[in-house]
Design a protein around this ligand. Sequence first.
Ligand SMILES: C[S@@+](CC[C@H](N)C(=O)[O-])C[C@H]1O[C@@H](n2cnc3c(N)ncnc32)[C@H](O)[C@@H]1O
Length: 270
Amino acid sequence: MERPAWAPRSIDISVPSVSRMYDYYLGGSHNFEVDREAARKAMEFMPGLPKIMQANRAFMRRAVRFAVDEGVTQFLDIGSGIPTFGNVHEVARAADPGARVVYVDHDPVAVAHSRAVLEGDDGTDVVAADLRKPREILDSPEVRRLIDLNRPVALLLVAILHFVEDADDPYAAVTELREALAPGSLLVLTHASYEGIPLPPDRAEGAVDVYKDIRNPLIMRSREEIARFFEGYDMVEPGLVPMPQWRPDTAPEDEDPYAFSGFAGVGRTA
Ligand SMILES: C[S@@+](CC[C@H](N)C(=O)[O-])C[C@H]1O[C@@H](n2cnc3c(N)ncnc32)[C@H](O)[C@@H]1O
């Protein structure tokens, strides 16, 4: 297989990656046949997967605008993925040109492409790091340069925590990040769940098994388990809800039924 110029040498392009599969669902061009094959297999079970991803991006953009409206203009986006349409810095800057954004991902393609897109932009940066090691993120030169931890930060954990297994204690990572943030900081989160998927459980399980097969299991959590990530935060109205129901711009009834899979919410630290 030929390696395109944007693909870092270090990556194994014979193994699907969740960030490149996500790029494919969203109609992006930073993916390989192995990624498309795995994504298409998951879509055989859940044809509406792209609708879920689109609802996820749309929620993220509304939450970023909400943060800026609340006066929070520093963003730490962990699990930021491969840049696509309507990235956090674009949405935040449209609302406040002085907004600062640090993107974090452990996927080399996501990091390389983010670097290429952000080159020469002083108000943004990208860190290659792992959510399971929050200290490395907080102590990175990029975070130190761009984010003032004495002022509120919007921490984005959008469609990432469902890739962190319980054995790696995602709750401890989220707590460590919260403890580093100033009062008035926001946690913006989405998470996959069997709740809300408009399919019988065995169909949804078929799609989840595709991620298990590529050794990147998708951890489906209940609403209650997801709510625990907001410990220490006050929920912003309307709370933890299906994505189209969080401060919608258009009538949620008009959304595709798949968009109601999983949960989204924003919390604020006191
Ligand atoms: C489904 S994409 C979400 C991208 C973006 N946040 C969004 O919602 O559009 C999940 C991203 O999280 C990244 N990721 C998964 N586990 C991670 C970890 N432990 N540390 C850092 N990034 C991680 C993946 O590489 C991928 O780019």
